[in-house]
Design a binder for this molecule. Structure first.
Ligand SMILES: NC(=O)c1ccc[n+]([C@@H]2O[C@H](COP(=O)([O-])OP(=O)(O)OC[C@H]3O[C@@H](n4cnc5c(N)ncnc54)[C@H](OP(=O)(O)O)[C@@H]3O)[C@@H](O)[C@H]2O)c1
Length: 268
């Protein structure tokens, strides 16, 4: 089917589902009238749907019946109950799961064989069409359903496939780490404010510096070390800043943060 006419359903319409929906609407991927959503609290759901001009549905079965592709966007511990209850309606539909930690094997254990699903972890910049979707390479979408998934959601996120073993780690890098960048922005701004810049001015330059630096690296294909070296004049000021970062363990802080997240995930 042509993905431009796709009808997209959301089972669960909290923070992450709204972020995906907002990305689809912002980038004109899907018309508001072709988006369907359900949640438990109807008043809250109606308010969220009316604001976006999308359809509020009474339950998962109604969403599945109306949609060509269904996003499973409830909390991880809610997935089993939700998909088992709506199993008849979900059979044959491509299911795009965003629940952290709920991989292909979990879906098979909940639904058995004969369902079409892909497990992923998206991240919040998807709300402006700049997301990453870390997707499990093992899935049960048909080639047509996979093309539909990529055709619709590939317009608001870069889709990267990982083995089942690396899905959770990929989710840490894509889904958790935006919070690290937010802290980085805030801390950089603190340093600028401490030295006399206004907070408003700091929040204008720091995010653009990060966005531009990341794009430059991706578009030039250069190694980050090479780009760093190019800014560090011998005997200059930038290398003094780099040296101070090393002194306070900046690199190790990030490595340690990933270690701790993975430790926590493995204990759950
Ligand atoms: N937030 C992120 O940055 C992020 C990133 C990657 C992945 N994820 C994944 O995205 C999923 C959703 O996370 P979130 O942050 O969006 O959570 P959330 O804001 O709590 O949203 C959960 C949604 O599920 C609905 N829901 C619960 N039980 C339901 C049921 N039986 N039938 C229909 N809807 C039901 C809730 O409705 P009510 O509010 O009415 O109860 C709510 O709309 C999670 O599995 C999470 O792992 C989140």
């Amino acid at each position: 089917m042509d993905f431009r006419n796709a009808k997209v359903g959301f089972i669960g319409f909290g923070s992450m589902a709204s972020a995906i929906c907002d990305g689809l609407l912002m980038k004109n991927v899907v018309e508001p009238s072709a988006i369907y959503a359900c949640a438990r609290n109807m008043d809250k759901l109606r308010a969220a749907c009316d604001k976006r001009g999308i359809n509020a549905c009474a339950g998962a079965e109604e969403v599945a019946a109306a949609s060509d592709i269904v996003v499973i966007a409830v909390l991880p511990q809610q997935v089993e109950g939700v998909v088992k209850d709506a199993a008849d309606a979900l059979r044959g539909k491509p299911l795009f799961s965003i629940a952290a930690g709920i991989d292909y094997a979990h879906y098979v254990s909940y639904l058995g064989e004969g369902f079409n699903h892909i497990s992923t972890v998206p991240n919040t910049p998807i709300a402006i069409g700049e997301g990453i979707i870390v997707a499990e390479a093992t899935h049960s979408l048909t080639p047509e359903q996979l093309a539909l998934f990529e055709g619709v959601f590939g317009q608001i996120a870069k889709i990267e496939y990982f083995s089942s073993e690396l899905l959770s780690l990929g989710g840490t890098g894509a889904g958790c780490a935006p919070a690290f960048v937010d802290v980085f922005i805030e801390a950089m701004a603190d340093g600028l404010v401490k030295n006399g810049m206004s907070r408003a001015q700091a929040y204008k330059i720091v995010p653009q510096m990060i966005s531009g630096t990341a794009k430059y690296m991706m578009e030039s294909g250069k190694h980050p070390g090479e780009l760093k070296d190019a800014i560090c004049t011998p005997g200059g000021t930038t290398i003094v800043g780099i040296s101070a970062l090393e002194e306070t363990g900046f690199r190790y802080s990030l490595i340690h943060a990933i270690d701790k997240i993975m430790e926590k995930k493995h204990s759950m």
